[in-house]
Design a protein around this ligand. Structure first.
Ligand SMILES: [Zn+2]
Ligand SMILES: [Zn+2]
Length: 247
């Protein structure tokens, strides 16, 4: 099995391109973050290794970054302003500021992708993006090929186990209403993409490919005391975790 992969090599310069574009992506993300957290100098967590790009077959690779901000500047107006600014800089943008709970925007330009979700009621904003995907591994003929070991044949999709259940949730916490404790994006369930009518992969419109539940941040549960009252009202009154007996 390994012999077939002996000749597989990185495409010369591809990794350098990814590094360079990763730096461009970081600056773009910081440019957006400057509107949401003025004056803060922020580290931008970047994927250490190039990540598989699900929109290419065979696999191409991209760098990806995600940033979570604590901010009171995440209003729908600010998100709208950011989208307009990006559009003026040549980005193709889409904006949804119709909900009071979350305002979202995404933008593409020259293969770069940026996304933004601001939660005004939570004083929080998440943003991130990815570099243009590139061919990173190829055989000597230049045929695109994944890295060794070869990818297994497509498996049947298995939905994830919940990260927390009624029985394991912490005291004073409730299961996330959005994902019901799964922790992963309830729409795409760990995939980051959805299949459209023709079976094509489309970036998940709920998590923008981050794969994580945007309401609980992947924890699957939320502490009641941390919630604003409008959010707490959406949850049923807490009961003691099952398995514990009240005496
Ligand atoms: Zn999703
Ligand atoms: Zn959740």
């Amino acid at each position: 099995m390994t012999d077939a992969w002996a000749d597989v090599a990185e495409v010369p310069g591809a990794r350098r391109t990814l590094e360079r574009q990763g730096r461009v992506l970081r600056e773009e993300i910081l440019g957006v973050a400057a509107h949401l957290a003025p004056g803060q100098r922020l580290p931008v967590p970047m994927s250490r290794e190039p990540e598989e790009d699900l929109w290419h077959e065979p696999l191409w690779y991209a760098r990806r970054a995600t940033l979570r901000l604590t901010t009171d500047f995440g209003s729908a107006e600010v998100v709208q302003h950011i989208a307009h600014r990006l559009a003026a800089q040549g980005w193709h943008t889409s904006l949804d500021a119709s909900s009071t709970a979350v305002a979202t925007a995404s933008a593409t330009r020259d293969g770069f992708f940026l996304w933004l979700m601001a939660f005004p009621g939570l004083s929080r904003a998440d943003l991130g993006g990815s570099t243009p995907p590139v061919l990173l591994y190829a055989d000597p003929a230049g045929t695109a090929i994944g890295p060794p070991p070869p990818p297994a044949p497509p498996k049947r999709f298995v939905p994830p186990e919940p990260v927390v259940t009624e029985a394991t949730r912490k005291p004073g916490h409730v299961l996330c209403l959005d994902c019901d404790g799964i922790g992963w994006c309830p729409e795409c369930l760990t995939r980051g993409y959805l299949l459209d009518d023709s079976g094509e992969k489309r970036r998940c419109f709920v998590c923008f490919g981050s794969k994580i539940c945007q309401i609980c941040g992947g924890f699957g549960q939320k502490r009641l005391a941390d919630m604003p009252s409008w959010m707490r009202r959406q949850y049923p009154p807490p009961t003691p975790p099952s398995g514990t007996q009240r005496r």
